[in-house]
Design a protein. Structure first.
Length: 269
């Protein structure tokens, strides 16, 4: 039986209704479409600032709102994290070089619903070691998503990601995590990308959250730069990330941020 509207679990996680899935699909599709369309603007010599300007225009033209502009003082419609930047990279006038890899993270608000997604891109020719890192990061996200169904726990999601990544001799970042969302940008639960099976809150139909593993070629440790946003790998090794927004269904999961053009796992190739 579906829960009453607006119920939250003892862990503070909101349970959404069937009709709410529609709003999340609309917001998620727009965020994913923006990432589909931005790929053609990623090339050597391009600046991350110009990529962000184009994204800002895309959001405006769609009649949507950026969730990040003004969020805790942040002034951009995207986070763009290049090479050893783990997350929250600030767009700038710095030009991309051939072989640079970058994560572009976009969150839009459509009719009060938040669509949040990120994926990897490459400027120019993709280095082999970066290609393997990106592929494993993508595959770790999908393994985490496959663990989503009522009765499983958030520890099951984290374990699926961690065990796969570490089996490939890479490391999962522990300093950042996924989060609940819906009609708010960030809410319980924290979705860790590591953990032990059977631990953490139990998944219930109607939960909405992101899964967004960050994977490093080297060690897992990160540090925040003086701008108080940009997180980088301490050992300066390459880092990659993919993110989907997910809803828990009666028998599994619903991905709100699927690429309309089927580009989610091909943008970097």
């Amino acid at each position: 039986m579906r829960s009453k509207d607006g119920r939250t679990t003892k862990d503070g996680i909101r349970i959404y209704q069937e009709a709410d899935f529609v709003g999340m699909h609309v917001a998620g599709k727009l965020a994913a479409q923006i990432l589909d369309d931005i790929g053609q603007h990623v090339f050597p010599g391009q600046t991350t600032g110009e990529i962000d300007r184009i994204i800002t225009n895309m959001v405006d033209e769609a009649g949507a709102k950026s969730a990040t502009i003004g969020y805790k003082g942040y002034q951009h419609a995207s986070c763009i994290s290049v090479n050893h930047v783990v997350c929250h990279g600030i767009p700038s006038d710095k030009k991309l070089k051939d072989g640079d890899i970058l994560n572009i993270d976009v969150t839009v608000i459509v009719d009060g619903w938040f669509g949040d997604t990120s994926r990897m891109f490459v400027a120019g020719k993709l280095p082999r070691k970066a290609e393997r890192l990106i592929q494993i990061t993508h595959d770790s996200l999908m393994k985490g998503i496959e663990a989503v169904k009522p009765g499983n726990t958030f520890g099951d999601i984290g374990h699926a990601i961690q065990s796969y990544v570490e089996s490939q001799r890479m490391s999962v970042v522990r300093d950042f995590c996924g989060h609940g969302l819906g009609q708010v940008f960030h809410a319980p639960p924290n979705v860790l990308h590591y953990g032990r099976p059977g631990t953490g809150p139990r998944l219930e139909e109607g939960m909405f959250f992101t899964i967004e593993p960050m994977v490093n070629l080297g060690r897992a440790e990160t540090k925040i730069l003086a701008d108080e946003w940009t997180a980088v790998t301490r050992d300066k090794s390459l880092s990659a990330q993919f993110e989907h927004s997910i809803g828990v269904t009666a028998d599994g999961f619903d991905i709100f941020t699927l690429s309309p053009g089927g580009k989610f796992d091909t943008s970097f190739r």
